[in-house]
Design a protein around this ligand. Structure first.
Ligand code: PLP
Length: 507
């Protein structure tokens, strides 16, 4: 029987201080004291058992069943090693406390930190401010009053409201597809759809763009289907890989239209054509395009008139549509298959009433004339930021979309610049590994129609100061609003009415 007294102590302590314990307590132990008796020491009772009314000596039959205690895994040690590794390479994430304001005239301001300091937000994916639009808010509030805050269960049990089906019908209409299916997020939509499809289609091979979002990578991995990775937005490489593929087997070609971190837009028509030439289905993520491009806000495919080139489109309700949730749209048979077989769809609580109603209102808003004018304003302000950065001589990546990345190599450096900007009242999150590869760190600006030219002027001034403050060199050829060489004044005008194109300015 293990000693209840020593057993209650830390093993390391017993190992290190065994001799001290023996000297101090040995003569009180009924077992050890037998040895002491022969040395002329009095036997006494075990103080642990004496003092503890709950513990008594167990009979021999019972003690035979008691196993020696086994050493346990050092969980905390393991977790702290993981965290320390993240801190060491500056990829440990510290979330800022930033409450974005929604009241009229307040957006895109937020309250930052415990002191609730007012800052301008530059990195929210609520790209058009739909989350604070009156029509969207009203729809969500009325739905709460009528149907409550929660769905009450999975779609199969209590969560399949009329609103759920109405939203799916609206999404299908938006993308000109026969059917749509909503999920708790687009991460889940991508993961559940790709993992299910590639798993159930016998012998399926996946062709995945090297720049794909983690949600698609996760889905492809989870399917365990063989995969080939083609160079980012490179149709020639896609063709090369597909041309070596066996004929007659199911294939999926998976990519995004607007890349979330670079703002690049894929050669959609070419990639779809190649995929179809080799008998593959196209799975296209329009997460950063829905609400923002095309006459009705259906994305790049609508803007280019290519809706029918896409077999399965995925989108989010959480970015330009200002709510939360994700979806796929495609043929009725395909959607019914995912509805029937994807665990990520089946075994989770459905989207709640305010989200359904808010999303429906946002999709309708962005498909309307008002939506079109919000998009035009959005493109105008994006252009203003790109030109302002260009004129200031600040670096920017050549984005052709609304995403404006400013590269600052080094996770430590980009974090310092973000901190300097925050001090000056501008919130932009530093982007580092694993969101982008190491060495490709950046600040990612997403200006919206509620940002004003004055806000952008103030941001650019703050950026210049922040670069200087952190000893980051850049080629500043503007001084006090004029060219440093010829003293000519620069002024950037924005024209909201101008019809925008996806190929705006390549800065
Ligand atoms: N796809 C892309 C390209 C994304 O950038 C994201 C999220 O940032 C997702 C999918 C996931 O979307 P959601 O935020 O709805 O989960």
């Amino acid at each position: 029987m293990p000693c209840p007294f020593l057993g209650s102590m830390n093993q390391g302590f017993v190992r290190n201080y065994g001799s001290v314990l023996l000297k101090q307590y040995g003569n009180l132990c009924p077992i050890l004291s037998r040895g002491f008796r022969s040395l002329g020491v009095d036997e006494t009772k075990c103080p642990f058992i004496q003092d503890n009314s709950i513990v008594s000596e167990a009979p021999r039959e019972m003690t035979e069943d008691i196993k020696e205690s086994v050493p346990t895994y050092q969980y905390d040690k393991f977790f702290s090693e993981q965290i320390n590794a993240k801190k060491k390479d500056y990829s440990y994430r510290v979330f800022r406390k930033v409450s974005r304001l929604a009241a009229e005239g307040m957006y895109p301001q937020a309250l930052e930190g415990p002191e609730h300091r007012r800052v301008t937000v530059w990195c929210a994916n609520d790209y058009l401010g739909a989350s604070r639009h009156r029509a969207v808010q009203d729809a969500a509030v009325s739905a709460i009053r009528a149907y409550g805050t929660g769905a009450g269960g999975t779609r199969n049990i209590a969560g399949n409201s009329q609103m759920t089906e109405k939203l799916e019908a609206e999404i299908a209409k938006l993308h000109k597809k026969p059917a749509a299916l909503i999920f708790s997020s687009c991460f889940v939509a991508n993961d559940a759809t790709l993992s299910t499809l590639a798993k159930i289609m016998p012998g399926c091979i996946v062709y995945s763009d090297a720049g794909n979002h983690a949600s698609m990578i996760q889905g492809i991995r989870n399917s365990r289907a063989p995969k080939h990775i083609f160079r980012h937005n490179d149709p020639n490489h896609l063709r090369e890989l597909l041309s070596a593929s066996p004929a007659g087997v199911p294939k999926l070609v998976v990519f995004e239209t607007v890349h979330s971190m670079s703002g690049a837009i894929c050669p959609l028509e070419e990639m779809c054509n190649i995929a179809h030439e080799y008998g593959a289905l196209t799975f296209v993520d329009e997460v950063h395009a829905v609400g923002l491009y095309g006459k009705h806000g259906a994305g790049i495919a609508e803007e280019r008139g290519l809706e029918h080139h896409i077999d399965i489109v995925s989108g989010t309700l959480g970015k330009a549509f200002g709510n939360v949730g994700g979806y796929i749209a495609g043929s009725s048979l395909l959607v019914d298959t995912i509805r029937s077989l994807a665990p990520g769809f089946i075994f989770t609580t459905a989207l709640p009433p305010p989200t359904l109603a808010g999303s429906l209102a946002a999709i309708r808003l962005l498909a309307s004339e008002e939506g079109r004018s919000m998009r035009a304003k959005h493109q105008g302000i994006v252009r203003y930021l790109k030109l302002s950065l260009l004129i200031a001589g600040l670096p920017q990546m050549p984005s052709v979309s609304h995403i404006v990345p400013v590269p600052i190599t080094g996770a430590d450096k980009v974090a310092l610049v973000a901190e300097s900007l925050m001090k000056r009242g501008h919130y932009v999150q530093a982007i580092n590994y694993p969101t982008v590869a190491r060495g490709e760190e950046r600040l990612r600006f997403a200006p919206g129609p509620h940002h004003t030219p004055e806000m952008i002027d103030s941001l650019v001034t703050a950026l210049i100061e922040s670069f200087h403050e952190n000893n980051i060199r850049f080629d500043q050829f503007m001084v006090n609003g004029a060219c440093r060489e010829c003293s000519m004044e620069y002024k950037v005008d924005i024209a909201y009415e101008e019809p925008y194109k996806y190929t705006m300015i390549a800065a």
